[in-house]
Write a protein that binds this ligand. Structure first.
Ligand SMILES: Cc1cc2nc3c(=O)[nH]c(=O)nc-3n(C[C@H](O)[C@H](O)[C@H](O)COP(=O)(O)OP(=O)(O)OC[C@H]3O[C@@H](n4cnc5c(N)ncnc54)[C@H](O)[C@@H]3O)c2cc1C
Length: 418
């Protein structure tokens, strides 16, 4: 394929591969690069060996995936676990609210949330890139970008190799090198909260529920990531900067978390936190970060998408879902341009400046608002003792009826292209 017709995507995380599959469906040609080693198919399918834990794909993300690639949606539904119930309580075990997603989300948004292991989703995506013959190169760490007006973009990698393309999309996550090269280096912002995350077998009788327990200075959340396993996450305040490492803890560190955390005394009518934590097959701890909003995502023929553009803390489970919304809007703008011509789709027929500015305009305000909203939810999750009653009441009120629920969930889940 000619260089001027090639779209280069940096990052084979979650958003890069979904974007490439969607662009291929539109008849456009992509190649992807990632700095990681190619993950082995065994590690991707092993929830203990693989990095990370799970992703809660929300109705907005699922709608776009289904519309862009129905068979991908079906595979995610088959491998993951649909979430039937949302419920929460305080750490005394008093219920704050509960509802069924099939009666609340399905009629309004068309879909219900699906929990899936991050590694299983990665495996599905990488296999699909292969079967769609989309070239993917691992061990390629981007280090430089050069572009002159009306010319192709040249990317240089750490190993000295280079590549040219007509458009470049940085899907390289929280520590995006594409973003640094476009707008200058800047450290992600540590939000003074951490998550200790574990994967455990689902106890007998465990419901398909996203369940949250709000306590003093801490919060415990769990949801199923498959028919057999669930993920749990404790959010805790931590002044000292904690790195964003996804590596599984050593057995002695796992033991100290199992024994010492204050969350172990939390009560829940739904499940035993002690049982879930003590049966964990893996545990890891990460610091939570976001970054200040950018006023633009584009320079010339290069743009940003997903976490590279708007990394967020995970407290409203929208990081990846908003990245998928980016893809939905980006592809919608491309379709509008391509529909105006009867020719075979080609990058040369796309006005890149118009595409980038329409894409950015449709996304930047909402994603900035949601990064802020996630931050605020993080503060509520670790409420100190004197704020717990107020916080509990807030959550009781938020789920009183559908009218009130939709006020908060519409902002997250009500995806419309226009
Ligand atoms: C604890 C936690 C839980 C979360 N849970 C959810 C959830 O339930 N739902 C949800 O929607 N979101 C969730 N998120 C957010 C979600 O993980 C991110 O939004 C999502 O992974 C972003 O995808 P991405 O492809 O933009 O970036 P990433 O998945 O981070 O992928 C970036 C890729 O770029 C590569 N890369 C980086 N630098 C370079 C370079 N210089 N050269 C080449 N390649 C490079 C990396 O190796 C990586 O593969 C969670 C986040 C955290 C921290």
């Amino acid at each position: 394929m000619k260089e001027e017709e090639t779209i280069i995507i940096i990052g084979v995380g979650l958003i890069g591969p979904i974007l490439a599959l969607a662009l291929k469906k539109l008849g456009l040609h992509c190649i992807l690069f990632d700095r990681r080693q190619e993950p082995s198919s065994i590690s991707l399918l092993d929830p203990v060996q693989s990095e990370g834990a799970s992703i809660n794909i929300a109705p907005n993300g699922l709608k776009i995936i289904d519309e862009l690639c129905h068979s991908l949606y079906q595979e995610i539904e088959q491998v993951g676990c649909p979430v039937q119930i949302f419920s929460n309580c305080n750490s005394d075990g008093d219920k704050l609210g509960e509802f069924e997603t099939s009666t609340v989300f399905k009629p309004r948004y068309g879909y219900i949330n699906i929990g899936i292991a991050r590694s299983a989703l990665q495996s599905i995506l990488i296999n699909r890139l292969k079967t769609d013959n989309i070239p993917v190169y691992f061990n390629k760490s981007l280090v430089a970008i050069s572009q002159a007006e009306n010319e192709l973009v040249t990317l240089t990698f750490k190993d000295g190799s280079s590549c040219k393309g007509g458009m470049v999309i940085g899907a390289d996550g929280l520590h995006s090198m594409t973003r640094s090269l476009l707008f200058g280096a800047e450290k992600p912002t540590y939000t003074k909260t951490t998550q200790t995350i574990g994967v455990s077998p689902r106890p007998i009788g465990h419901r398909d529920v996203i369940h949250t327990v709000f306590g003093e200075n801490a919060c415990f959340l769990t949801y199923p990531l498959s028919k057999s396993h669930l993920v749990w996450a404790m959010t805790l305040p931590e002044e000292n900067e904690t790195p964003e490492t996804w590596k599984t803890l050593q057995p002695q560190d796992m033991d100290s978390i199992k024994q010492e955390s204050q969350v172990m005394s939390f009560k829940s009518p739904e499940l035993s936190i002690q049982q879930l934590v003590s049966t964990s097959v893996k545990i890891f701890k990460i610091g939570l970060y976001d970054r200040p909003a950018l006023s633009t995502w584009n320079v010339g023929r290069v743009t940003l998408i997903g976490d590279a553009a708007h990394p967020s803390t995970p407290h409203i489970s929208q990081g990846a879902n908003q990245g998928i919304e980016d893809i939905g809007y980006f592809c919608h703008q491309i379709k509008l341009q391509l529909n105006q011509s009867d020719k075979t789709p080609s990058l040369k027929d796309i006005n890149i400046a118009t595409l980038f500015s329409d894409y950015q305009e449709s996304r930047i305000i909402k994603t900035t608002e949601l990064v802020e909203k996630a931050r605020k939810m993080g503060v509520l999750r670790v409420s100190p003792k004197d704020k717990c009653k107020e916080r509990d009441q807030l959550f009781r009120n938020a789920w009183l009826n559908n009218e009130i629920r939709y006020k908060s969930y519409d902002l997250l889940y009500n995806y419309k292209e226009e």
